[in-house]
Design a protein around this ligand. Structure first.
Ligand code: G6P
Length: 614
């Protein structure tokens, strides 16, 4: 969602903040703003609707001096995206400015009281209420800024990461967080504050992740001070950042999404690195070793996730039931958290999240934890809130994913879930030794096979040219390919704004078949496996209604090829590993269609990479 950058030090703050905002733009981007205390002591706030580049144009002729400041990219929650609602927001006297990511749930009540006491507001945001509130406390109680922030946050309900700056104190920034992430970089006589490490990585590798309800007093030339909002002193835990700068740059690709699609041979390999040794018949997942006994006696696994991660959970369902014979449920975190779910102590809850910050997933974890379940995380972002909230877990190690439409994170999640399911199946004895070994070898060969699927790019691009102007798409799959059909449809919707539905192939005749005519492209995953003949019949049903068939088939296929209008041939693999290959042409198809339609692939409208509000 919103992106936050703050800087205090010896350098010019503006270029650092703008560069940081560009790096964070993928999180949310309907408006942007900066606040700087200039060399002459003036508090300069510039903000406007649009992208960070619009903000840069807006500030071209303005005073951008100063070595303390903050910047924000906004994804609207309260109040439409416009210049006024953009952050930073001023306090009543305009001495304080604040930027905020999250939602202040009780802002209306606070605002009402502030209005009664004579405050006036310019925007419709909850954020402006918070900065007025902080200032009121500061003035009334004669408190320092940090103390006033602590006192105000004690009365706030909701989620926030905030940075506050006082015009009259150009040597201090105050940051705080609850629910939304915040990291502080410690440089040489300088500090960086950001929603994630990407704006910081090129300056320092020493970072402190703030915990919920912590307030950081970031003062020029002094040590970082952290207290809880209830005034307990915290010793900052300085960690070394593992991220490399190249990982968050486009590296010659026109879009992050394409770069990330092409990174998959490597990211899948990285997900398996040190965990899989087919020759020795070993799968080891260090992060869950201590919980292995619980896995072995688990009566049920519940996956909780959102979006693409939920689709990975669906693949996980097939894997764990098929290989490890453990019953599985796959839950939307947003539904689960409000459903008073029944949980037992021998349930294993696996939370899947690329960002590790999704608010609904985090809340679902807390609920499951409070009911005694063991929570395992499958996260991509190291040190993220979800990674820290879980009892144990395995990182996906896909590297930073910047494109809003998730690609390499999905295949990395599926890879980790495959390793987990294989390991547990082997330990439980629900898989024969020979199939176990065969699957290990097959999994090891997946990165190479992904490489050969990527060579189909031109063919997929050609198909994109044919179908770029249609209004609807249908995606069908069965068994392991059903979640891939859902994921293919989601990718297309997200970035090209074409309506698309994913459906279990056999369910088509209970509804979507009514939509099929010569205008309707139908993508069917019809690779070799137990359901092949059944899917082939579904394909005939589409054909009979003149739908345009694009089939993803196994190399050498004849039957489906003879019926489909277009086929994409992917290498043969075991049925349970097909999702790792079949999803790739679907990612490419949506990518090329979106580019041809002139859509903003990396930053699709209304979407955010990391959804930190419920
Ligand atoms: C957002 C993103 C999706 C992502 C989903 C879940 O909607 O745009 O790409 O799949 O959130 O995010 P998570 O970080 O929890 O996997």
């Amino acid at each position: 969602m919103c992106g936050i950058v703050g800087y205090i030090g010896t350098k010019e703050a503006y270029p650092i903040i703008i560069k940081g905002l560009h790096r964070l733009e993928y999180r949310g981007y309907d408006s942007a703003g900066v606040a700087l205390i200039g060399n002459k002591g003036a508090l300069n706030v510039y903000k406007c609707k649009g992208k960070v580049s619009d903000l840069e144009k807006f500030t071209e002729q303005k005073d951008k001096s100063g070595n303390i400041g903050m910047g924000h990219t906004r994804w609207a929650t309260h109040g439409e995206p416009n210049d006024i609602n953009a952050h930073p927001h001023y306090s009543e006297t305009k001495n304080l400015v604040l930027i905020h990511n999250g939602i202040i749930e009780n802002y209306a009540a606070i605002k009402e009281n502030l209005i009664k006491r004579g405050h006036t507001f310019e925007s419709q945001t909850d954020t402006e209420v918070l900065v007025h509130f902080i200032e009121e406390i500061k003035e009334k109680e004669g408190m320092k800024l940090g103390r006033a922030v602590m006192a105000a946050l004690q009365q706030v309900v909701g989620a926030y990461s905030i940075v506050v700056m006082d015009k009259n104190n150009p040597d201090e920034l105050v940051a705080a967080k609850k629910g939304s992430p915040m990291v502080i970089g410690i440089g040489d006589n300088e500090f960086f504050i950001a929603s994630d490490a990407s704006p910081i990585v090129e300056y320092t590798k020493n970072v402190v992740y703030l915990e919920d309800e912590e307030v950081a007093i970031v003062s020029r030339g002094k040590e970082l001070k952290i207290r809880t909002i209830r005034d307990k002193e915290i010793t900052p835990y300085v960690q070394a950042l593992e991220m490399e700068l190249e990982a968050i740059e486009k590296g010659g690709y026109p879009h992050f999404m394409l770069k990330e699609i092409y990174e998959q041979p490597r990211s899948i390999k990285d997900s398996m690195r040190g965990r899989l040794n087919a020759d020795k018949g070993i799968v080891q997942l260090g992060g869950i070793v201590d919980h292995e006994a619980k896995f072995l006696k688990a009566k049920r696994i519940i996956f909780i996730a959102c979006g693409t991660s939920w689709h990975a959970g669906l693949v996980g369902e097939y894997l764990f039931e098929d290989l490890a014979r453990i019953p599985v449920e796959v839950e939307y975190a947003s539904e689960f958290r409000y459903r008073n779910p029944i949980l037992y102590e021998d349930d294993i809850v696996i939370a899947i999240s690329q960002s590790g910050e999704t608010a609904d997933t985090l809340a679902a974890i807390e609920l499951a934890k409070s009911r005694g379940a063991t929570i395992i995380g499958v996260c991509n972002v190291v040190g993220s809130s979800i990674a820290r909230a879980t009892h144990a877990g395995s990182y996906t190690h896909a590297g930073p994913e910047i494109g809003v439409a998730s690609t390499k994170a999905f295949t990395a999640q599926v890879t980790v879930l495959t390793l987990m399911a294989l390991h547990i199946a082997h330990k439980k004895g629900t898989i024969t030794q020979s199939r176990y070994r065969q699957l290990l070898y097959e999994l090891e060969s997946i990165p190479k096979k992904v490489e050969s699927v990527l060579k189909l790019n031109d063919q997929v691009k050609y198909l994109a040219g044919i179908f770029k102007d249609v209004r609807n798409f249908l995606y069908l799959g069965r068994g392991y390919s059903f979640p891939v059909a859902l994921e293919g449809a989601l990718k297309l919707k997200e970035i090209s704004y074409i309506h698309a539905e994913g459906y279990p192939a056999a369910e088509m005749k209970h509804g979507p078949i009514a939509l099929i005519d010569e205008e309707m492209p139908v993508v069917v995953i019809a690779t070799k496996g137990a359901n092949y003949e059944k899917v082939a019949s579904n394909i005939q049903e589409v054909k009979a209604r003149k739908g345009k068939l694009i089939a993803v088939v196994t190399e050498g296929d004849k039957e489906v090829k003879s019926v489909a209008d277009y086929t994409i041939e992917i290498p043969e693999t075991d049925e349970c590993l097909v999702p790792l290959l079949s999803v790739i042409p679907l990612q490419l198809l949506s990518y090329h269609i979106a580019v041809m339609r002139g859509c903003n692939v990396d930053q699709p409208r209304n979407l955010a990479k990391s959804v930190t509000v419920e």
